[in-house]
Write a protein that binds this ligand. Structure first.
Ligand SMILES: Cc1cc2nc3c(=O)[nH]c(=O)nc-3n(C[C@H](O)[C@H](O)[C@H](O)COP(=O)(O)O)c2cc1C
Length: 330
């Protein structure tokens, strides 16, 4: 198991605030990093490449100030690039990413060797998110530094595999950084992800309900009232299977129990952006999201819960309690 030194610096718990389309903001990134959690955002959260560059400059300056104020380095920050022919901005956004020497790049959809090499050329790290073993193997061949196992119940384009099964399959052949995603919302689960063999936990939905997220108030309210049963896994919204809040599908005028199998719900001239603006994504972890704290408050709580879970487990390991139930051989 490994986390490169460059990512370890400034980390107070092994966690990443995951990139979320139309949700992650520079404020969220800076506050997460200040609190010792890796903060990230998708380049496409700004409508233009120039806007993306403005955000990068702002985040870098603010993180420098954080370091000067606190006297210790904040956690690294990262950006998400969609590596796919449908992303007309990829070349320009990649050029900006390289020029700004972004420490961590999270690639989605495609893992291209040329992109990985371009980011490695200035010392940047690349981790790639996957929902299938085949994609994981392709990304490993492209030379990525880490893989994100996006498992069942994750927000956004979730997978369908159990984290126990998928993490094990990735670990069997990949010996670099492995990140676990899917319905992780508290510090105890971050500790559990580590115990399962992940190096880092990846939290998306939990950060929608922070003061700094760009999600509208009604979206955050809907999450407060939702449980895992209110999450619908469907390709009807954008053509690719993802998890959405049932209430937002109804509000968009569709019947969540009778959706077209592939696209067609809200795919308009604006395509993907319009779909994600009108129909709100979240993962199975919503039942554990009961407030809208500041990012700093949330990170403090995650840290407290993580530490408590680690010490509880260490104590429990000394005392096997009622186990073993059966006599052991040898
Ligand atoms: C509203 C929303 C938007 C998302 N947008 C993106 C995105 O633009 N790029 C990406 O790589 N992942 C995106 N994701 C997926 C997250 O990065 C992460 O994999 C996921 O949220 C983890 O599962 P969790 O929400 O259960 O914590 C999105 C997730 C949500 C909930």
């Amino acid at each position: 198991m490994s986390v490169p030194d460059k990512l370890r610096e400034g980390l107070t718990i092994p966690a990443i605030a995951a990139p979320m389309f139309l949700v992650s903001s520079p404020d969220l990134v800076v506050e997460a990093c200040r609190s010792g959690i890796i903060g990230t955002f998708p380049s496409l959260n700004q409508r233009t490449s120039d806007g993306y560059e403005v955000w990068l400059s702002e985040i870098k300056q603010r993180l420098k100030r954080v370091e000067a104020e606190t006297g210790r380095p904040p956690a690294s920050y990262g950006v998400n690039l969609i590596v796919h022919k449908t992303n007309a901005r990829l070349d320009r956004d990649l050029e900006i990413t390289i020029r700004h020497r972004v420490p961590l790049v999270i690639t989605s959809l495609g893992a291209a060797r040329a992109v990985v090499e371009a980011i490695h050329s200035y010392g940047g790290l690349v981790i790639h998110d996957v929902i299938h073993l085949r994609h994981a193997q392709k990304a490993a061949d492209a030379g990525v530094d880490g893989l994100i196992a996006v498992c069942a119940g994750a927000g956004g384009h979730a997978g369908t595999l159990s984290p126990f099964a998928f993490l094990g399959e990735i670990r069997a052949f990949f010996h670099k950084t492995v990140v676990l995603a899917g319905a992780i919302t508290n510090g105890r689960q971050i500790a559990a992800a580590q115990l399962m063999g992940a190096d880092l936990a990846y939290l998306g939905s939990r950060f929608i309900n922070t003061r700094e997220s760009l999600a509208p108030a009604a979206y955050k309210e809907m999450i407060l009232g939702a449980t895992a049963n209110d999450i619908v896994y469907t390709a009807a919204v954008s053509g690719v299977s993802a998890n959405f809040l049932r209430g937002s599908i109804i509000a968009a005028g569709a019947d969540p129990d009778n959706l077209a199998p592939h696209g067609g719900l809200r795919v308009t001239a604006d395509g993907e952006a319009k779909a994600w603006k009108d129909v709100w994504s979240a993962g199975h972890g919503v039942g554990d999201i009961l407030d809208i704290p500041t990012t700093a408050e949330l990170c403090r709580r995650l840290r407290r819960e993580y530490r408590a879970a680690r010490s509880e487990f260490a104590e429990a390991a000394d005392d096997l309690g009622p186990y073993p139930l059966y006599p052991l051989g040898n």
